[in-house]
Design a binder for this molecule. Sequence first.
Ligand code: CTP
Ligand code: MG
Length: 392
Amino acid sequence: MLPVPHTAIIVVAAGSGTRLAGGAPKAFVGIDAHSILRHALDGVFAAAPAQVVVVAPAGFEGDAESELLAAAGERADLGRIVTGGATRQESVAAGLAALWGDVETVLVHDAARALTPAAVIDAVAAAVDDASGVIPVLPVVDTLKRVDEHGVTGAVDRSELAAAQTPQGFPRALLESAYAEARTAGVEYTDDAALFAAAGHAVRHIPGAERGFKITTPADLERARHLLSAPIRSAGAVRVGIGTDVHAFGGEGDLWLAGLVWPGEQPLSGHSDGDAVAHAIVDALLGAAGLGDIGEHFGTAHPEYAGAHAPVFLARTREILEAAGFAIGNVSVQFQGNRPRFSGRRSEAEAVLSAALGGAPVSVTATTTDGLGFPGRGEGIAVTAIAMVHAS
Ligand code: CTP
Ligand code: MG
């Protein structure tokens, strides 16, 4: 018997799919040989073990059960089916009513976001704390305008905006009371984060994934089909890449290295913050995916990255890879240098770098060079990174 998980994932699949008009409730429309629901559940069961509550349309509980059993494999004990309601909010409420007593963290996930990577699910679950919810978001890339029936009335600063995805994660007790409040007030919210925020609780955000888009229209279904039929790239599904970077010590301010600020340490000079660890990782990832190098994507032609820190570079690199159909397996990086003394902050650095890569493991090691070469003379730092990616 597996230990009872403290996390539950409610997969809402009870909608009718009016806009998709796929001839069946949306969750049961096929993408390839498998339905939208089956793909969503494959992602859910590839994530860390959790109770899985599938909210099915009335009359389709048996079909949902078949999909659940097929996706769950040995984890079938963790799954159950409940019947949904007339609105998404009622469907989530039905899922909440079916949670096990031990569950402390609840993720609510749209089955319609069928290709959401397991790494996003794990990252949301890991980021939830006692007091606040967490949602995955993507930056808004379109230029936005405020309009009325006569024309354009103003610009909207897109840097203040983000597109929300699922799963959205919450501490169970607060989510349950927020749902009770919404029911009493008779208010329908656009998503769980809005309902949770209306009850006075904080919601934080982490990077989402391009593949976490919601299948709403026939064009979205085409996009999902296209992504799934993309040819497996040569050399099988797994590729590796290497990146190196060297920066000299120099300049003003604090040292930035491995995503951390090191007060009192001599800074590295260079475009952006000189974080040679982050830059080597970017090159290793881009190289593994065959997508060019750091100069092409972040060089002086991109002044918006001047002064940017590791999380910005790494999150953008991950987006570039995901848009090309790659998921990050892991990264291993080593720097050679006398300073800073690294071992005491290893896990801190690894957590920051890993979070920026959507939860992919990153290990960082450091070594001195026995006094030899420029790192040994204390002139600068040399970094080597290796990354593994796979066709996602
Ligand atoms: N959902 C649900 N119960 C409802 C309505 C929606 O469980 N009463 C779920 C859907 O199955 C979907 C998610 O909420 O996974 C997001 O909703 P949406 O994309 O709007 O799906 P549908 O409501 O099915 O589609 P449409 O609005 O086009 O009818
Ligand atoms: Mg709907």
